[in-house]
Write a new protein. Structure first.
Length: 144
């Protein structure tokens, strides 16, 4: 799944259109919702399948989720590097730190409230990220 996340990061590096970022405000949370609903409604069926077959069935929707999850950091790092190159190191460091914290918090939330809570919480977070990127890119036209 890291391969698909890496492919998503690579793909988004070449995007220049602000319309793409506007579409992602809605598309990325919908992909998370679609994955959540497919796991929720197909869960019993997936548990009846042999282990390797259930992994292969879930690989396609999960690879799409990983692909879109790999997109935010290259966009944010490019925008930050263009707006303030000296601030890029700080953003890079905070990204690493917050990734660990977010992972821990999502695990704790999943343990305490169920995995559904973590999925549902990620939808507005990613949606909010794409809104920020859309408006940042809109105010700074030359993202190269």
């Amino acid at each position: 799944l890291l391969v698909f996340s890496g492919l998503g990061s690579r793909y988004v590096e070449n995007i220049r259109s602000n319309q793409y970022f506007l579409k992602m405000i809605f598309t990325h949370p919908l992909i998370i919702l679609g994955f959540f609903l497919s796991i929720h409604y197909l869960g019993a069926w997936l548990l009846e399948l042999p282990g390797i077959l259930s992994l292969l069935v879930i690989l396609l929707p999960f690879s799409l989720l990983a692909f879109t999850a790999g997109m935010p950091f290259p966009i944010l790092s490019k925008l930050t590097h263009q707006r303030n190159p000296n601030f890029f190191q700080v953003v890079f460091a905070w990204n690493g730190f917050m990734s660990v914290i977010a992972s821990l918090l999502s695990h704790f939330a999943a343990i305490e409230f169920g995995i559904h809570f973590a999925y549902l919480l990620s939808m507005p977070i990613y949606g909010f990220f794409w809104i920020i990127v859309y408006y940042l890119k809109k105010t700074f036209h030359s993202i190269t």
